[in-house]
Design a protein around this ligand. Sequence first.
Ligand code: ATR
Length: 271
Amino acid sequence: MAKSFAVIGDPIDHSLSPNIHSAAFREMDLDSSYIAYRIPKGELDAGIAGLKKIKIDGFNITIPHKIEMMKYLDKADESCSLIGAVNTVSNEKGILMGYNTDMDGFLEPFKKRELDVADSKVLLLGAGGAARAIVAGFAKEKAKSITVANRTLDNADNLSGFARSIGLDAHAAKLGDADVRNYDIIVNATSVGLGNEQSVISLDGITGETIIYDIVYMPMNTDFVKKAKEKNAVVIYGYEMLLGQAVRAFEIWHGMKAPYNAMKKALLGGF
Ligand code: ATR
């Protein structure tokens, strides 16, 4: 039987998820479709009722609904409950099951490159929703320590409290107060870069061993990534996390290995 999927959020018209999943359906010869569905903030209730009515088989959730969506779930997997946010739902005869594939999606590029996260010292820039899933990922992989540096210190304090609660040695700092030379991995999880802005910190002092990961995927070469390349650092691009979370969602919905290369090609074609 034909299956239908969607991504919900607002704004949603520039979402690359329909391209990525449609390419996977074609590659695997699946009779499925995937659409972008705009649900404005405050209208999630009616939106979810509509999706249930058309018996949607699954959907992804993006800004601004990842946290609020939690209360519409009938069941939530471990990562979802831990992070307190959901980005993937499967609908089994009206029962909504939630997953958070952002965490494993974030970790995927480390695995692909065979980079060991265990025992590394991490500097995380930003303390919003995306940063929270990333903290959970570093806890899962047993990083040695994490410094959460953020524009608003209160938010950094909150997130480092969460990090400690799940077993990480965590500290909070103001953006700019962290010394980049002290870290093995530096992640930009702020939204800065999306509008081609300058990186939130200088990368002077990093080495060719430092892993620099920007979760901003558009543009692909943010100022942060360019600065990392100037230092010959190991670069992980934001599109890789996007692809990682989509691959996991595909596998949850279809119960088969995702066609990674076809999905990557579709994603990069969107740039
Ligand atoms: P997301 O879901 O993408 O993580 P978010 O929850 O709104 O989005 O978080 C955005 C992050 O980017 C926050 O850490 C925010 O810092 P504040 O906590 O101080 O708001 C950070 N951010 C956004 N604009 C920024 C800017 N111009 N300079 C520095 N940090 C910025």
